[in-house]
Design a protein around this ligand. Sequence first.
Ligand SMILES: [Zn+2]
Length: 102
Amino acid sequence: MARVPTMRFKYDGSWWRVKIQRPPARECLEGMADYETRTVYLDPRAVAANGLGIIVHEIAHVVLPHVAEEPVLELERICSAVAKFTAKHAKGCITIGHHKPA
Ligand SMILES: [Zn+2]
């Protein structure tokens, strides 16, 4: 069996894992943030089709655990639209990085 690509990140004092793997409990989902095991699952097929949206969605659940599904879906929709727009006006390419606070 192939090894599952896994990374870790620290948030609010706790380590989380990110696995490029279908969510084990609910295989119909494209992604899942499991608070019990502090694991984010990203379905590899969904990531290939809509990676940014799924990443934004699942990490929003990690950082904003009490926020309802609707605003998380809106965040995903808006981030995906802005990323497409930005890439279009940056010769089809946006870099991966994070904002440096002033
Ligand atoms: Zn969700």
